[in-house]
Design a protein around this ligand. Structure first.
Ligand code: SF4
Ligand code: SF4
Length: 435
């Protein structure tokens, strides 16, 4: 799977759908106008409704940017390679307890790794059967993020049997993506093999696309964003998302030379997406940011969504915050909670998530908070705390400024006059420049 794109981002279904938790319905009559306020937060009583379940701690790829294996956290080495029945049974009990306490009728389990398909079909069958039979919630939704290299028609049948939708990690054309998406066994590239597998499964019938939510693509600014949008469309992908590589001021993204290349990439991709009009694919980041500008709720963690809504369960039963925060080290990389001794949402109190995820003063005053949300929590870290703009601030700001400009260009003047002022000078709207 792809933990770079992990749970919080993963959730194939979330690629195509409105956002985490499916609570964002996009722009509706109830949406308020362009606002300079953060509408990313769930209500004060927000509770965990999703677990990112790390069923396998190993991967057949060794992606250079992967935060699990190559960003300084080696905790995977000491965990069981595959989750045990004992942990799964306890998880089912905890989910039941949690859903009863909070009167939740539905709960999402996102299968993650490492690469979740390495568990094998027999164990996956047992795992899904166990969880479906033991969890009382009226609706248990299973999603999965995979690198797709092990998928075959038997896997598709098994996933269909248990109604597991999935997303696939794909970074673009082989010549580009293979620099980073490297096979662990022989250090060769993996992308053409993946494309061949997808083509084969699509040729066998509609089932693949019925379960497939879309692609997650880690941004590589060596390619033009617009060209990459065209490439995905040409390959027949109509839903995907661009993920910014994980890193922060203490632990910068791999190959970091500054934010400018990412700004260029996102702006180019956005222009192409917009130019495609009716033929435009679903690109989650763009859709959610524009929805945020119009007052829609943005639950995606990569855009400052509420981290109280999910927890990560490791194969040894450890419970944690969004696991990308492990690249920040310190208490976020410690295993102090586990499913045997602690409730499913104990990490919210233990790590003071409500307090820690509050955006800084700069973000609170930013006209693009409603779309950007301050960025992803681990990307805000400065070695001491998270009360900083994202390391990708300039790119997110420029992207949101361009979106704002478009909205201003296309919405009726009378409607705009009634809107809250986005507080963005027209000159900056035109250039999309950073403050
Ligand atoms: S596919 Fe790549 S990013 Fe995903 S878990 Fe494996 S090595 Fe990490
Ligand atoms: S990270 Fe930058 S663009 Fe985003 S809300 Fe904060 S200041 Fe604004």
């Amino acid at each position: 799977m792809d933990t770079q794109r992990a749970g919080r981002e993963a959730g194939n279904a979330r690629v195509a759908a409105g956002g985490e938790g499916d609570e964002c319905r996009g722009v509706t009559d109830a949406c308020v106008p362009i606002v300079n306020a953060c509408n990313h937060r769930a209500p004060a009583d927000a509770v965990v409704n999703q677990v990112i379940l790390k069923i396998v701690q190993r991967c057949n790829l060794d992606c250079t940017y992967c935060y699990v294996y190559n960003r300084g956290d080696d905790s995977w080495k000491s965990r069981p390679p595959v989750i045990s029945e004992r942990v799964l049974l306890r998880l089912a009990e905890r989910i039941n307890e949690h859903c009863r306490r909070h009167q939740l009728s539905s709960f999402t389990i996102e299968l993650h790794g490492g690469e979740p398909l390495l568990i094998g079909k027999r164990k996956m069958q047992a795992l899904l059967t166990l969880l479906r039979s033991r969890i009382d919630a009226a609706h248990v939704r299973f999603t999965m993020q995979t690198n797709g290299l092990l998928l075959d028609s038997a896997w598709i049948d098994l996933l269909a049997q248990h109604q597991v939708s999935f997303g696939i990690s794909l970074d673009g054309p082989p010549a580009l993506a293979d620099r980073y998406r490297i096979q662990r066994k022989d250090r060769s590239g993996s992308t053409q093999q993946l494309l061949d597998i997808i083509a084969q499964l699509r040729s066998e019938g509609p089932l693949f696309d019925q379960l497939f939510g879309g692609c997650l693509c880690v941004v590589n600014p060596d390619i033009d964003g617009g060209e990459l949008v065209d490439w995905f469309v040409a390959q027949g992908f109509d839903a995907f998302d661009f993920l910014l590589p994980d890193g922060n001021r203490l632990n910068p993204p791999q190959g970091w030379t500054g934010v400018a290349p990412y700004r260029r990439f996102l702006l180019s991709a956005f222009e192409r997406w917009h130019a495609l009009g009716a033929r435009a694919p679903r690109i989650r980041k763009f859709e959610l940011m524009m929805s945020g500008l119009l007052g829609g709720k943005v639950f995606l963690d990569a855009l400052g969504g509420d981290l109280r809504l999910l927890c990560v369960l490791e194969s040894d039963g450890s419970i944690g915050v969004s696991d990308v925060t492990r690249i920040c080290g310190g208490e976020y990389a410690n295993d102090v909670l586990n499913i045997f001794d602690h409730a499913l949402d104990e990490h919210v109190r233990r790590y003071r998530i409500d307090e820690v995820q509050q955006v800084c003063g700069t973000c609170r005053a930013c006209p693009h908070l409603a779309s950007c949300g301050g960025g992803y929590l681990p990307h805000r870290f400065n070695g001491i705390h998270f009360a900083n703009p994202s390391i990708y601030c300039e790119a997110l700001y420029a992207l949101s400024a361009r979106m704002t400009q478009l909205l201003h260009d296309h919405l009726p003047a009378g409607m705009l006059a009634d809107m809250a002022t986005p507080a963005l000078p027209a000159s900056r709207l035109a250039s999309g420049a950073m403050r």
